[in-house]
Design a protein around this ligand. Structure first.
Ligand SMILES: [Zn+2]
Length: 236
């Protein structure tokens, strides 16, 4: 039985190279052996997972048309015109842009964020028109919260990219701080909607734990030994 000199993985007798790290195997005792037969198949099929996912997402998108048409048909039969079924259309639009579009089309992350925010805004606009409510909640609550959440999601998406060089603990610090600040912003917009600009109240219960956690992560990040240990345990 032999082992790779570089990574220590156990090797088959026939292996000319380590299957894990690619280090050449030199065994002085087996030099005289003719080319041995490798116990692995010579040809390995590589399945393209992207095509598979795209196919499934397109199929699910088509399936979404069934509840949409059913709702529209029911709406026309009952009310003689399209009214509430527009909400189904808006909801499905959001579902499609948030979950299915990233699997079907490849484009820059910022474009996904813009499309998602537009879809949610369209849904909010449909709700406003159909319920004939005032513009105030749309402009003071719906739109700003949607935009802020979108910017935050885009920011998180950028931080999860493999090319992002920020240490993982710092990324979590950023994320926690962002979540805390978003909740404070939501609190602010709600008080603005109620016609009173007030000191944030309930959102502080979210902000403070987030900040405490974030700063402890920051401290952890400064300790090289803890960082190394975390790296080993979570395979960062
Ligand atoms: Zn090896």
């Amino acid at each position: 039985m032999s082992y790779c000199v570089n990574c220590g993985v156990e090797l088959q007798k026939s292996e000319p190279r380590c299957p894990l790290c690619g280090t050449e195997v030199i065994n002085p005792n087996e030099l005289k052996e003719e080319k041995p037969i490798r116990p692995y198949p010579a040809h390995v099929e590589h399945l393209d997972k992207n095509i598979d996912r795209r196919y499934i997402a397109s199929f699910v998108s088509l399936l979404l048309l069934i509840p949409l048409f059913t709702a529209m048909l029911a709406n026309i039969l009952v009310s003689k015109q399209l009214t509430w079924s527009y909400l189904v259309l808006g909801g499905e639009l959001v579902l499609f842009t948030v979950f299915l579009l990233p699997m079907i089309a490849r484009m820059p992350k910022i474009l996904y964020a813009v499309i998602d925010a537009s879809a949610v805004s369209v849904l909010l606009l449909l709700i406003r028109v159909l319920t004939q409510s005032s513009w105030r909640w749309f402009l003071l609550l719906g739109l700003p919260i949607t935009l802020l959440t979108t910017v935050m999601c885009w920011f998180f998406a950028m931080m999860t990219l493999p090319k992002c060089k920020i240490p993982v603990l710092i990324r979590f610090t950023f994320a926690l701080t962002c979540i805390g600040l978003l909740v404070v912003a939501i609190d602010f917009f709600i008080s603005l909607y109620k016609n009173a600009i007030a000191w944030p109240t309930w959102s502080l219960y979210v902000l403070f734990p987030c900040l405490v956690l974030a700063s402890s992560l920051l401290i952890l990040n400064r300790r090289a030994r803890v960082k190394e240990e975390l790296k080993k345990r979570f395979y960062f």
